[in-house]
Design a protein around this ligand. Structure first.
Ligand SMILES: *Cc1c(COP(=O)(O)O)cnc(C)c1O
Length: 323
């Protein structure tokens, strides 16, 4: 199993100045790559060595037209000389942001557009296509939405290992960790890993896609994977709390509050945040820290994905003066 690559992914932590405090930190997984979201870089780092070892020449990648995983895979697969065949929900009315950036990597006629009415069958359609390619002698692999695959577990777990390194190096121990969840795999791996280490940290997870119930069933699945793949057997789960974003709750949706938050983060923290993940995480975290009067050392995981912001720069919020 090619796990070593993922465990070499190191990102720094630094303090934020939120609420005049000096014990709130951010982990800059966004700095792991300019174009690949940090989360996806970690996941792909454990999937790709396996693909290469198996001699895979083509990967079907399933996702939304603006998916960070699809745009990330276009980079990580192409870099490794593996052809990407996207199966995407769409086409979108207007191509912008990630969807536009994807055009740099793949031709429009290589994209298999799946309409919303057929989307539930997308995995089956992708598998049919893969079977056809196999019969033509192509070694092909189907990567599920968000790279939610057992092979991605070691990569997802590398985040926890890297946080432990940050703690050692900075001489700090985090009492609270805030992280966002799409498929939830990275957050679930954090919980599974922390359980194995019997960490007392409290985890605050902002569930951006799906429901709390989906997150919990995903968690059981990841705990099973960590046992099978990594021989890590979690003892008892750490304390964790699930939140829906405080605004723009449905996945991928945005509004003025989110865009204003992006501007605030830029001006006060000097950080680029995207509207789908990090801005919702930061906004929800700020409110939670206030509402629950959280004390002690707090860490935000900034997982990257900033390129998605390119689709929103024409919004009037970004062209007016902040009140
Ligand atoms: C994909 C992604 C996530 C969510 O990761 P999951 O493991 O699917 O929960 C969070 N942040 C960014 C920037 C992402 O691209």
């Amino acid at each position: 199993m090619g796990t070593a690559e993922a465990f070499h992914l190191h990102s720094r932590i630094h303090r934020l100045r939120w609420f005049g405090r000096s014990d709130i930190w951010v982990k800059r997984d966004d700095e792991l790559s300019f174009g690949v979201s940090g989360t996806k870089l970690r996941k792909h780092a454990s999937v790709i060595p396996f693909l290469k070892q198996q001699g895979i020449g083509e990967v079907v990648v399933i996702g939304g037209a603006h998916s960070n995983n699809v745009l990330s895979a276009a980079q990580t697969l192409t870099e490794n000389n593996i052809r990407i065949t996207p199966f995407l929900l769409g086409p979108p009315h207007r191509k912008q942001g990630n969807a536009k950036l994807l055009s740099l990597f793949v031709d429009d006629n290589e994209i298999h557009w799946i309409s919303r009415s057929r989307w539930a069958d997308c995995a089956a359609l992708a598998n049919n296509y893969a079977e056809k390619r196999r019969s033509e002698g192509i070694k092909i692999f189907v990567l599920p939405e968000g790279a939610h695959h057992p092979l991605a577990v070691p990569g997802a777990l590398s985040l926890l290992v890297d946080i432990l390194r940050n703690e050692r190096e900075a001489g700090v121990r985090f009492d609270h960790i805030f992280i966002d969840a799409g498929t939830g795999m990275v957050a679930q791996s954090l919980l599974a890993g922390a359980a194995a280490l019997e960490r007392k940290t409290v985890f605050h997870i902002v569930v951006l896609a799906g429901l709390f119930e989906d997150f919990k069933s995903g968690l059981s699945q990841v705990i099973q994977y960590t046992g099978e793949v990594m021989q890590i057997f979690p003892v008892s789960l750490p304390d964790y709390h699930l939140y829906y974003p405080v605004t723009a709750r449905s996945f991928g949706s945005t509004n003025r509050t989110i865009l204003r938050e992006i501007q605030r983060i830029a001006r006060e923290d000097g950080i680029l945040a995207d509207p789908v993940y990090s801005a919702k995480l930061f906004l929800t975290a700020r409110q939670t820290i206030t509402d629950k009067r959280l004390e002690g050392n707090i860490l935000m995981i900034h997982s990257g994905g900033g390129l998605a912001l390119s689709g929103f720069l024409d919004h009037p919020v970004f062209h007016s003066t902040v009140e």
